[in-house]
Design a protein around this ligand. Structure first.
Ligand SMILES: [Fe+2]
Length: 164
């Protein structure tokens, strides 16, 4: 199994552990969402990274971990920034990411909520994957910059059949 699978498996242990500490009633997103979203973002991230000439393992791992801050705290507010430090510690634990790779991934985690900005390629990959993953499960964008990004990616307005 590759590094994306190993990171996802460890991440799902973290989700379980922190869900015992902070149950779904006190979370902005339930643990089931964190599991499904992280796994499907990892997969989309690998595919879209290949298309964009980005290392697919880095893309998959960054997309898998992007909500690490919310997984730990249960809170949506500021979760991108709050993931920046702890995700580095999480990734160092695997002992197969270089410090440069860890910094790139952590930066993408920190930047992923800034959907109106255009930043480095890995950050942009995570933002795009995040928005497409929400869309494919029928969740409409709540902010204008999210909708703009989605429409830009799709090349057309949101399809009604994907909505709840
Ligand atoms: Fe997020």
């Amino acid at each position: 199994m590759n590094r994306v699978w190993k990171v996802l498996r460890a991440l799902h242990h973290v989700i379980k552990e922190y869900n015992e500490e902070i149950p779904d009633e006190r979370r902005d997103q339930p643990a089931d969402w964190e599991r499904i979203h992280s796994a499907s973002c990892a997969r989309l991230g690998m595919m879209m990274a290949l298309e964009r000439g980005i290392d697919p393992i880095l893309g998959g791992v960054a997309c898998a971990c992007h909500d690490y801050g919310r997984i730990l705290t249960g809170e949506q507010k500021g979760h991108a920034e709050r993931g920046f430090e702890p995700v580095q510690e999480f990734l160092r634990g695997f002992e197969y990411f270089t410090e440069d790779e860890i910094q790139q991934i952590a930066t993408a985690v920190k930047n992923h909520s800034s959907k109106a900005l255009i930043q480095d390629p890995l950050s942009e990959l995570v933002k795009d994957v995040d928005i497409i993953d929400f869309y494919q499960y029928g969740s409409a964008p709540t902010r204008k910059e999210q909708e703009d990004r989605l429409v830009r990616l799709l090349g057309h307005p949101m399809d009604e059949q994907f909505k709840w």
